[in-house]
Design a protein around this ligand. Structure first.
Ligand code: NAP
Ligand code: GCO
Length: 264
């Protein structure tokens, strides 16, 4: 029977005080892993530690901006000293800016690329040497529908997530020989703070037009929730996926397979 256990493993999930990262980290803990996470300020880290504790999980939280290479390297060294060598890295931290491209400043474009693409590069580079020494490792990059598709107003995010898909394939190519697997998870539309603006009820109480659009584009006819990502994440973090490498597992309710609901 394939081994889905994470007993004895140390998992770092970036940006996991809440949202998708929190749900995946909770699943890792339930599978036996020690959970480590970071966020960009102490208040969020403290809130995250309390939220994990409410679930009966002793999580280790660190203040670290994934775009700051010095901070990342120091934090990884601190984690290795205080908790242990990282076996599983989930590059989850990310932002989105929904601005039409001709209205977006270069600084805004760069900020999204910095967090969503440079961040995963910096953190992966920091954890790989110890994974190589240890003889195994798992890196999971949180991609997106926008790793495959475009849509209005998300040019920076789509460029970052498309790049993250190729960074995933390159890490897999470069480090597969050290028994390190790097894969992606491509969530569909998930109910988290990041997508809250797309689901806001209208003044007349009707559903947001984008909400209705996504329901019509999803065979499952629903938004995903963070818990829908836990099983795929545990699979890719476990020995059960040791021959899966460079793959992006889309957890989208079927959006990428579907042209959209036909008019009645
Ligand atoms: P979220 O609710 O906005 O949470 C993002 C997390 O990343 C927050 O904890 C945030 O902290 C943290 N973060 C932002 N910038 C950071 C930085 N520089 N360093 C460290 N942490 C940072 O997002 P989510 O919906 O859970 O999404 C998590 C990941 O899934 C993202 O990569 C997102 O692109 C991806 N994704 C989301 C969906 C979806 O529908 N929700 C679908 C596909 C992919 P702060 O609160 O301090 O900003
Ligand atoms: C958007 C959404 C999406 C989701 C996700 C879809 O504005 O289109 O925020 O980008 O966050 O990335 O997979």
């Amino acid at each position: 029977m394939a081994n889905f256990s994470l007993e004895g493993k140390i998992a770092l999930v970036t940006g996991a005080s809440y949202g998708i990262g929190f749900a995946m980290a909770q699943g890792f803990a339930q599978a036996g892993a020690t959970v480590v996470f970071n966020d960009i300020n102490q208040e969020l880290v403290d809130k995250g530690i309390a939220a994990y504790a409410e679930k009966g999980i002793k999580a280790y939280g660190y203040v670290c901006d994934v775009t700051n290479e010095e901070q990342v390297n120091a934090t990884v060294a601190q984690i290795e000293k205080e908790v242990g060598v990282i076996d599983i890295l989930v590059n989850n931290a990310g932002i989105i800016k929904r601005i039409p491209m001709i209205e977006m400043t270069a600084a805004e474009f760069r900020q999204v690329i910095d967090i969503d693409l440079n961040g995963p590069f910096i953190v992966s580079k920091a954890v790989l040497p110890s994974m190589i020494k240890k003889g195994h490792g798992k890196i999971i990059n949180i991609c997106s529908m926008m790793s495959e598709l475009g849509r209005e107003t998300v040019s920076a995010y789509a460029a970052a997530k498309g790049g993250l898909k190729m960074l995933t394939r390159n890490i897999a190519s470069e480090y597969g020989e050290y028994n390190i697997q790097c894969n992606g998870i491509g969530p569909g539309y998930i109910t988290t703070p990041q997508t809250a603006p797309l689901r806001e009820l209208q003044a007349d109480g009707s559903r947001h037009p984008f909400d209705q659009f996504i329901i019509a584009k999803t065979p499952a006819a629903r938004w995903g929730n963070p818990e829908d990502l836990v099983g795929p994440a545990v699979f890719l973090a476990s020995d059960a996926s040791n021959f899966v490498n460079g793959h992006v597992l889309y957890v989208d309710g079927g959006i990428l397979a579907y042209i959209g609901k036909q008019p009645k």
